[in-house]
Design a protein around this ligand. Structure first.
Ligand SMILES: [Zn+2]
Length: 143
């Protein structure tokens, strides 16, 4: 299997049943991003864009998702970041490290309630979300 080095984002109204590898599908209406696992195993990676799950950043040309994508419920156990459409691969981790990482990053398909985001001095997530939606709305309108 070929590990991808980048994803192209595509804003869509709905997520197609057959995912094209190398494409990050983003639906604003359902606030969800979906892509075919970047390791090439074709697992469907669903990343809800909510205050408790993932945050999508669109800079006008590229997208970034945070936190990282940890596919620990899949056989491939791949772990990577999507930053400005680039895939940044993490080193392969042991099970113990994965247990610790769940505190920092979230695995698709697991309950986000199990991994509450620590409330530090960060700006309220709601403010970020509003700005994100405004940015995305502008992007969809093409202005
Ligand atoms: Zn995979």
């Amino acid at each position: 299997m070929t590990r991808l080095e980048r994803l192209d984002h595509r804003f869509v109204d709905w997520i197609p049943p057959d995912l094209e590898p190398g494409v990050l599908y983003i639906t604003i209406e359902y606030a969800t991003a979906v892509h075919s696992c970047a390791c090439g195993c074709r697992a469907r990676v669903v990343t809800p864009l909510t205050l408790k799950d993932w945050e999508l950043r669109f800079d006008g040309e590229t997208v970034s998702l945070s936190p990282s994508i940890g596919n620990w419920s899949f056989a491939c156990q791949s772990h990577y970041w999507i930053r400005q459409n680039r895939i940044e691969w993490a080193p392969r981790w042991s099970a113990a490290q994965i247990g610790g990482a769940r505190e920092l990053a979230r695995a698709p398909g697991t309950s986000s309630l199990a991994t509450p985001r620590a409330s530090s001095g960060m700006e309220p997530a709601s403010g970020r979300l509003v700005r994100l939606l405004r940015r995305l709305a502008r992007a969809v309108r093409g202005t």
